[in-house]
Design a protein around this ligand. Sequence first.
Ligand code: ADP
Ligand code: MG
Length: 506
Amino acid sequence: MLASPNPVATTAMPKPVRSPLDPSQIQYSSKKQQQAVADIVEQLTLDASTLKGIKDHFVQEMRKGLAKDGETIAMVPSYVLDRLNGTEIGSYLTLDVGGTYIRVVSVNLLGHGQVVSQHKKYKIDEELKTSEAKLLFVDEHAIVVPLETELELGFTFSFPVKQTGIDSGTLITWTKGFSCPHMVGKDPAAFLQDAFHRKNIPVRVAALLNDTVGTLLAYEYHHPSTVIGLGLGTGCNGAYLERVERIPKWKRDPSDPQGEEVIVNMEFGAFDSERQVLPVTMFDNKVDRKSMNTGKQIFEKMIAGMYLGEITRNVLLHLADRRLLFSDCSVQWEMNRVWAFDTAYMSTIEADNSPSLKATQMVLESTLGFGSELDAGRQRVDSSMATTLVDREIVKMVVQLVGQRAARLAAAALAGILEHTMGVTWQEDTGASIGVDGSLYRYYPSFRSDILDGLDAIFGLEPKMKGLCRGESGEAKIRMGLNTEGGGAGAALCALMAGRQKVMEV
Ligand code: ADP
Ligand code: MG
């Protein structure tokens, strides 16, 4: 039943296939159209000094969050103390509630990065995201496992939680389109434990963690130099290794487990909700207004998978409404529907290097209904409204701009974390590794290289960081890779760390 031994693969992403479109090469049909595209390019392009300004503010906000509760970036100590030693071995069950999926994984840690796991993945129904169900993820997706002995479970819950221990915490707020108000302020781990009791399932919730904490642990299992876990999926967030003495707000009893370092779940998607430094455009404001948490998580809304397609849709409609894109926008397109432009389409368009942009045409015409329209009986019939090559080039241009801006903003956050921790939890000569998880990073063709370009751009303005990322010669000191193991190993490692703390307490 189990897959063959599958080490926590940490392979580098394939080389990006994109050949970037240059706006000056598009054969615009009018000066007005050209001007409109130039205006979009200007709004969505972030130069090195803007990125550096964002990074500087990010570092300040990190420090504020470490000093005091209730700051914009929550900076939540995860209670995962100290580092792995590579010898971690054991069998665990893990449950991961992300923004789009629930994943149940049975994990066998075999030591030194070797993991055998068995996954099950469910899509979360839209109604469930806002339901009053007792515990939406368990009641709907009961895990039926015949168990004779109690299994320990690592519960990955990827929403802002104030941890009160390695296995407990309280939900601060919902994000990513979820809203079950009765759970705010409550402990999701206790809810889950209750549900197991009710169903007589012999599982003990041993750890409650954010997905980024799990990503850091899973990557560290393989790469001991890991100091950051980054999540780029439905939402975006990061966790990093911090020295306990640098977290003034974290008061604990002497009887609590002690350690010198702790993983901090940053909850950085909330960064700059005050909009002091982020160059928020009208397209972002439209996304924000249609979202469940208007005014909040602005940084996340400019970066994460849930939102990038919608930003792109807003830009395209802005051009179409001014009759500068697509021949007719009066018909009932699928494109008129909020959230209709999935971020996954952007990956297809980014990867489309065919001279006629065929894949882009497929997305627009077969999927989004261009070139056909709905008749009175809501049947699709051909219309004259097919896309032109210039239309498709402009679409690709917009996709590139929105994707690249997102990756560069993620780079500003990473640069901030790296600057804050350099010489503290990692040293310049040995460097640092960053483990990344999430479909956006995994599937979006140029995301990784755009992040690295962004880091290079920022570090180019910081004498002490210059060349650390993709230096002209020698090995890169900042290494970034995909955590391909899918989340289970990190939660299992967290459950194991919880067990270690218990032993220490006794
Ligand atoms: P979760 O956030 O639940 O852990 P994922 O990491 O799979 O789940 O992220 C899901 C998000 O990734 C969705 O917002 C979706 O739009 C985006 N996504 C899925 N496939 C792709 C793709 N091929 N390219 C870019 N983004 C994608
Ligand atoms: Mg996830």
